[in-house]
Ligand binder design. Structure first.
Ligand code: HAM
Length: 422
């Protein structure tokens, strides 16, 4: 007797990593449709797409933000012992690429990107460990018009998506003026409290620093909504003329925004104008865009070029929009008898060449079963039986109305195209 080994199988259903998502075809189609429109707008404003690696040398991110940022990133060593990080954002990588590849290119440089980022954060609605950003970077234009163009482009893109949002524009000059006597690391810790809108923590920290009076002016600055008030609170700032001109340009662009001088921005490379946008229906993670003017290039060994940009949190925009029932494209199913099956490849090729989505039967079912299946997923059935095969024609059946006609191939394609166009 042959003895078989006893096999004990342990089946574990593997799950996706924490903070990541799968996207089924309906959702992907909705995402691609918005992504394509965002690309279209960027193109119309002269921003050309770039692509950088998913991972970079860790230094790229720690150089500006310090080792503390490591806790918020996916950091690893490769087999050669190099310290690498999955990109938590794209701006630093784009500036690295500018230094490596394009620092002598005529300015300004207008670039855009759509890419995934990785942050080791606690996942919740709208906060993921892998998420996508649509961003732009305008490199080498240090003017009010440049700042205004970037905000206007951001508004144009968000408007196109249909998301309801509230855009807030600020400038770091006011805060910096109030914090001028503090050492840069202390300034940074004060700004971190402001970024989180933690005014209690801020008051405690300022008391310890022996600067309790600052709480009043910082709170007033965060709450004021006009330029006049901001100048009153923090005194006049060297950038006054530029700020006024930026605001004038925003009005000329017809943008809906409010002023908010409490905006600090978490990534500490910003130098001037800053802005953020919030969607009303997202709960705690409601910031759908962030950006501003910054200088990073000199830190990475490049020239001290002024830049300005933003990144749209693509996933949050999609969550805010909710389920989008995108217009379904016309689908044609080809059903054939065994006599007609020889013509299926040619007929399918002709429809596909005309840009029409075609599905053919792969299950070798009978004609009735093929048509029953087609009715579940297609708009038209193209039937090829013996008679059609002999006559070089097809029977086109509209699966919504039941109406059917025998036509030559070109006429059938024209009919499907006309249906898709209306
Ligand atoms: P950020 O504000 O860190 O800026 O990110 C931009 C947007 O990405 C946020 O407003 C948010 O919508 C989205 N986002 C951030 N973290 C997550 C997450 N864990 N899950 C889902 N969405 C998220 C930047 O990244 C800068 N690089 C923007 C920039 C470009 N500044 C100048 N140029």
């Amino acid at each position: 007797m042959v003895r078989r080994p006893i096999q004990i199988g342990i089946f574990i259903m593997l799950q996706k990593p924490r903070g990541t998502r799968d996207f089924l075809p309906d959702e992907m189609e909705a995402r691609r449709s918005i992504e394509t429109k965002l690309r279209g707008i960027a193109r119309c404003w002269g921003y050309r797409e770039v692509c950088t690696p998913e991972f970079e040398n860790l230094d790229l991110f720690t150089m500006r933000s310090g080792e503390g940022i490591i806790d918020e990133m996916y950091v690893f060593e490769d087999k050669g012992g190099r310290k690498l990080a999955l990109r938590p954002e794209i701006t630093a990588a784009v500036i690295r690429m500018y230094i490596n590849e394009a620092c002598v290119a005529p300015k300004p440089i207008r670039w855009c990107y759509f890419a995934d980022c990785f942050r080791y954060e606690r996942p919740q609605k709208g906060r993921y460990r892998q998420f996508w950003q649509f961003g732009v970077e305008l490199i080498g234009a240090d003017t009010a018009t440049a700042d205004a163009e970037v905000i206007a482009l951001a508004a144009d893109m968000l408007d196109m998506t249909g998301v309801a949002y509230d855009l807030r524009v600020g400038h770091l000059a006011f805060l910096k003026n109030l914090l001028i006597d503090l050492e840069p690391p202390v300034q940074r810790s004060v700004m971190a409290y402001l970024d989180k809108k933690d005014f209690t923590g801020l008051a405690g920290a300022l008391r310890e620093l022996g600067k309790p009076d600052l709480v009043h002016s910082l709170t007033a600055l965060a709450e004021c909504r006009t330029l006049r008030e901001a100048f009153e609170i923090s005194g006049t700032v060297p950038e006054r003329e530029r700020i006024e001109r930026t605001i004038m340009m925003l009005d000329a662009f017809g943008i809906r925004y409010s002023l908010d001088f409490g905006i600090v921005r978490g990534l500490d490379y910003y130098t001037g104008m800053v802005f953020e946008g919030f969607a009303g229906n997202l709960g705690a993670e409601n910031q759908i865009i962030g950006g501003g003017a910054y200088r990073l290039s000199h830190l990475f060994g490049g020239d001290d070029v002024a830049s300005c940009g933003f990144a749209i949190g693509f996933d949050r925009v999609m969550v805010s929009l909710g389920t989008i029932v995108s217009r379904k494209e016309t689908v044609v199913a080809i059903a054939s008898t065994s006599e007609g099956s020889i013509r299926v490849p040619d007929v399918a090729r002709a429809f596909r060449a005309a840009g029409i989505r075609v599905e053919v039967d792969l299950m070798e079912r009978g004609l009735g079963a093929q048509l029953a299946h087609a009715a579940k997923s297609a708009d038209f059935a193209v039937v090829i039986g013996r008679r059609e095969a002999e006559a070089g024609e097809v029977t086109l059946k509209n699966l919504h109305t039941g109406e059917q006609k025998t036509l030559d191939l070109a006429a059938a394609i024209a009919e499907v195209n006309a249906y898709g166009a209306c």
